[in-house]
Design a protein around this ligand. Structure first.
Ligand code: NAP
Length: 363
């Protein structure tokens, strides 16, 4: 079913600044409720609460020389006052000496991202590989190439993501596009890369979630065939990714894979996610245009991801996000885990569904 949400159209106003102030408070309230709802906890899959993190910036990234890193969705170089989070991760890691592969669909943008990173960090090791997460054939081919290289992988950052458009779209494999890209594609990629991750040194997988996520996954309609809504599609995918982060950590520990799984979210950052997704006339797009001060620079949004990926203090099974202003912006802190993401039945059910739909296995 197709739902066009006409409520999402921008509303003209004679007093933009007063309206901006009002909306800022409303959006802030959303941030407060996202952080303080009953059942939220700062403990990730370990069940242990973590101490707050002292101020941490990109300057604190430990040397990454010799570490092989894969960042999905790393080709969003700065343009039009915005930039992809994956690009900022790749840039910071390349500056720290890592051997970085960025992987996404657009070859030209990928090559330009590589050129810019090399110009910014001369001598850095960075390359681009094509990968379409929404296409399982592409994911399998990518996984096969990585395995055939014979090398290990030390860090996988499952960063790429899309927000849905108003109308439901399906991937070449017939899955709802947001589900296919954000969740199924990353799950299949991680499963296919498990052998190379196991060859890595202190390997970590970092999943990128969001402060906004669903209260529960609709297991009877994961593809939203009956009731599509672009916001629900995105919010489901971000809950799914947090469930997967914790489930991977539990399974890795139980099976002795030696791979640490962590989760992070960037707060709210100025990227291409909204313009390329529901667009500038959506509810999100309206905030993007009218409340620019709410959206922190992508380089700052990327810090929580980088903390999870590189800090020796980041805990396997931990969840990290900005610690400033209700978790919406600022330096990395310990993020609150919503009750829905702690639900082990949902995690195991999702895992089994994705193994079946993606025809992949971590076994
Ligand atoms: N920005 C925020 O405020 C915010 C908040 C919470 C969470 N996040 C999360 O942060 C992550 C990064 O998003 P962003 O904000 O940086 O958005 P972005 O600027 O739109 O970047 C998205 C990246 O994903 C890649 N991508 C999209 N579809 C893909 C596919 N099928 N296969 C491979 N790569 C694909 C894009 O490259 P190609 O188009 O070339 O493939 C691009 O590099 C996402 O997981 C998002 O959900 C963002």
């Amino acid at each position: 079913m197709v739902i066009d949400n006409h409520d999402d159209q921008p509303r003209p106003s004679a007093d933009r600044s007063a309206l901006s102030r009002r909306l800022f408070l409303q959006v802030s309230a959303v941030g407060v409720s996202a952080g303080l709802v009953a059942g939220c906890s700062s403990a990730g899959s370990s069940g242990r609460a973590e101490a707050e993190i002292p101020d941490w910036t990109a300057a604190d990234i430990p040397a990454q020389h010799g570490r092989r890193v894969l960042v999905t969705g790393g080709n969003g170089y700065p343009e039009d006052d915005r930039s992809g989070l994956g690009y900022q991760d790749a840039l910071a890691l390349a500056r720290a000496g890592a051997d970085v592969t960025i992987a996404s669909r657009n070859q030209a943008r990928g090559e330009e991202a590589v050129r810019r990173i090399r110009a910014d960090a001369p001598g850095s090791k960075v390359r681009f590989e094509r990968l379409d997460l929404s296409n399982l054939t592409s994911v399998r081919a990518f996984g096969a190439r990585m395995r055939a290289s014979g090398q290990g992988l030390d860090m996988l950052i499952n960063n790429a993501g899309v927000m849905g458009r108003f109308h439901r779209r399906v991937s070449v494999d017939g899955f709802e596009r947001v589900f296919a890209t954000n969740t199924l594609g990353h799950f299949a990629l991680t499963a296919l890369l498990l052998p190379v991750l196991r060859k890595g040194r202190e390997p970590r997988v970092v999943w990128v979630s969001s402060m906004r996520m669903s209260d529960a996954l609709p297991f009877d309609d994961l593809q939203l065939e009956r009731n599509y809504d672009y916001a629900a599609a995105y919010d489901n995918s971000k809950l799914a990714n947090l469930l997967l982060a914790f489930e991977l950590e539990r399974r890795s520990k139980a099976s002795g894979w030696g791979v640490s799984s962590l989760a992070s979210h960037p707060g709210v950052a100025r990227t291409n996610l909204i313009p390329d997704g529901p667009g500038l006339n959506s509810r999100e797009g309206w905030r993007f245009r009218m409340l620019p001060f709410l959206f922190q620079p992508a380089a700052q949004g990327a810090l929580a991801i980088l903390y999870a990926a590189t800090s020796p203090q980041a805990m396997a099974g931990g969840y990290y996000g900005p610690k400033g202003f209700q978790g919406l912006r600022g330096l990395p802190g310990v993020a609150s885990v919503p009750a829905a993401a702690q639900d082990r039945w949902s995690a195991a059910t999702l895992w089994a569904s994705l193994e079946r739909l993606g025809q992949v296995s971590f076994g």
